[in-house]
Design a protein. Structure first.
Ligand SMILES: [Mg+2]
Length: 377
């Protein structure tokens, strides 16, 4: 079997209401999908996290190197592409492009052997995963203390046992919204906060101390990803676990975070950090360093399916204890017209639990009519 064609799909959809995190406003959602076709007629799908036009250019530049290659040689192809671009793209959009290609190759591999990807990654430890609701963004109008508390209570009513709040809007405002959300969800639902690297270590520690009484599950991206010393300072100052890694890439990048003990929880994005091949390696390293692994997920159903295939095989944290910590799925609840529309069978939650797809490959089927509906240009 040989790779016959590699196609990119840039998709975009306008939002009915803009929303913001600490860095920017969103008024649309985009996606960059990778479609790989073999000479046997098999088609695999992947997705790249990151700026869609740039990742599409990366994938289209890499494509000629892969035409005629055996799609089952996933590690060989990863190494070949990484080796050819090592001098120019050890991080960032090059690895994001490679990630989408790698995921599509795993989809082909699973379909070729007639099994779900998780079986080829070592076999599932679980058939379903607890999901946490990612939402609680800012709106153009209204009092965030009021509308965030109301939104969080809605997730609990849907059955979610964990929610994540966006912070990074100033420590006093963040402390107020965090307290309001904790009050709204009660003591038994997990609450995490995510600053999207809005702060320096001084401000992050100040906020962390203010919200420590709110029983915070983790403090995500308190400081910029390049500031590893800042991560260490926050981690040593707070009793809240520190999380991060959605802006880091490959085993080589994560090695440096791990050996410096900068994180308690690592969050590689499967569609950015190097794909399923690389994220399995990063997960194995994380286990050896005693670091929890919960993937960052911010994409369409392809990104969710790929993340679930990996989540199925991740070991629980402290596996010998009576109540181990299971890895959990980031489940984006913000508006995303493309997310589920491109799947023939959407991946939904049931009271905060999401089943691992058990069909062949990633376990999803793509709706080409939806692709055409959201296609750019
Ligand atoms: Mg985040």
């Amino acid at each position: 079997m040989k790779i016959k064609a590699i196609r990119t799909h840039i998709l975009q959809a306008a939002l009915s209401q803009p929303f913001a995190y600490s860095r920017a406003w969103y008024d649309s959602r985009t996606a960059m999908l990778v479609e790989i076709e073999t000479d046997h007629g098999l088609v695999g799908w992947g997705e790249c996290y990151g700026p869609a036009k740039m990742t599409a250019a990366v994938v289209e530049s890499i494509a000629p190197w892969l035409i005629g290659e055996d799609p089952l040689r996933t590690d060989y192809l990863w190494q070949m592409v990484y080796g050819r671009l090592r001098d120019h793209g050890q991080k960032g959009v090059v690895i994001q492009g490679l990630s989408g290609i790698d995921i599509a190759l795993w989809d082909i591999k699973g379909r070729h052997f007639g099994v779900p990807v998780h079986q080829l990654l070592g076999g599932a430890l679980r058939t379903e995963v607890t999901a946490y609701a990612t939402g609680l963004y800012r709106r153009k109008s209204g009092d965030p203390v009021a509308y965030l508390a109301e939104e969080a209570a809605g997730y609990v009513a849907e059955g979610f046992s964990a929610v994540k709040l966006k912070v990074g809007f100033g420590v006093h405002e963040d402390a107020a919204t965090t307290r309001a959300v904790r009050e709204a969800i009660g003591p038994r639902v997990a609450l995490m906060v995510d600053a999207n690297h809005a702060y320096d270590a001084v401000a992050a520690v100040k906020l962390g101390r203010m919200i420590e009484p709110c029983d915070i599950g983790w403090f995500e991206e308190p400081v910029p990803p390049e500031d590893v010393a800042g991560y260490r300072a926050v981690k040593s100052a707070l009793s809240i676990p520190v999380a991060g890694g959605e802006c880091e890439f490959t085993r080589f990048g994560f090695r440096d975070l791990f050996v410096k003990h900068a994180l308690d929880i690592v969050q590689p994005d499967t569609c950015a950090a190097g794909g399923l091949s690389e994220c399995k390696k990063i997960a194995d390293m994380a286990e050896a360093f005693g670091i929890r692994y919960n993937p960052h997920v911010w994409g369409t159903g392809i990104a969710i399916a790929a993340s679930l295939q990996l989540l199925a095989v991740l070991p629980p944290h402290t596996p010998l204890s009576l109540k181990p910590l299971e890895p959990i799925l980031e489940f984006d609840r913000t508006e995303h017209p493309i997310r589920q529309a491109i799947l023939i069978r959407p991946i939904e939650h049931d009271h905060g639990i999401v089943r691992v797809p058990d069909g062949t490959g990633l376990g999803i089927e793509i709706d080409r009519k939806a692709l055409a509906r959201f296609a750019v240009g």
